[in-house]
Ligand binder design. Sequence first.
Ligand SMILES: C[S@@+](CC[C@H](N)C(=O)[O-])C[C@H]1O[C@@H](n2cnc3c(N)ncnc32)[C@H](O)[C@@H]1O
Length: 271
Amino acid sequence: MFKRGFGCGPSMPFFKKLDYDRAAGLYDLLDGSGLPYEEAARKIATVFQKHNVHTLLDMACGTGNFTIPLYRQGYQILGVDFHKGMLTEARRKALATHARIPFRQGDMCRDYFGQFDGITCMFNAIGHLTPREFNDALWQFNLQLRKKGILVFDIFNFSWLRDHFTYTTFMDQAGKSVGAWFVRFNHNALDERSKVMRVHQHTFVQQNRLLSHYKEEWDMQTYELRELETLLHLNGFDVLHVWGDYSTKKGFEEFKNDKSRSITLVAQKNG
Ligand SMILES: C[S@@+](CC[C@H](N)C(=O)[O-])C[C@H]1O[C@@H](n2cnc3c(N)ncnc32)[C@H](O)[C@@H]1O
């Protein structure tokens, strides 16, 4: 199943994971706030309608930002995430919005949660997996989808990243929310051989004149479209549609290899 030639090269021998339990309290402030969850849920629902999708697994659901809009689109949905801290936030928000969604802890590379018409794994979750883990996850997704079930996921587009990579330090978040000032600096590296981006982030949060500093370092696996197509094919999926970037203004755009930062794939189990 695993395609030879993938994997971290010698310059990046270890694949570093982000501890989302530590980051859970800041996730919505720093990452979740700018993402077009509502638009994405509406767009993906149009695809699901065509393929008779009623039951959904939202894998790597995080704090439930995408699970809740999908639930509101009328799906019977289960949210699963690896990190307990993210699930605590998800449950709290579901309760507050009267969304009757079960959330469970699990690993997308190993765990089985039942049979579903569709699986979503959105907003850079796949990038946290090594290529071998991703291959295992695709196999698990296949097992959990009914015949002709639909899988939707996204990932950074290596072709775009290689040509537009920022090697200098930059600020990607700054502002004030719920009485706290926050600012985040990034200094990232891209290993072109393994296609792994190593993210270094320093986040400062000031509340009541008390300054906290969080330092995170983790890896993001990126892919080219043809690699994803091969992996999907090897794991029993046909690609139905490829979208590019998503934004709150425009929703999903069509994919263009040199212009799209992200690749969003809609795939169908071919058995
Ligand atoms: C960038 S967040 C995306 C969260 C959510 N989908 C959203 O759009 O807000 C990535 C999520 O992937 C989860 N994750 C990472 N590895 C995982 C794994 N092996 N199995 C399940 N979830 C995982 C993390 O805990 C985190 O919540």
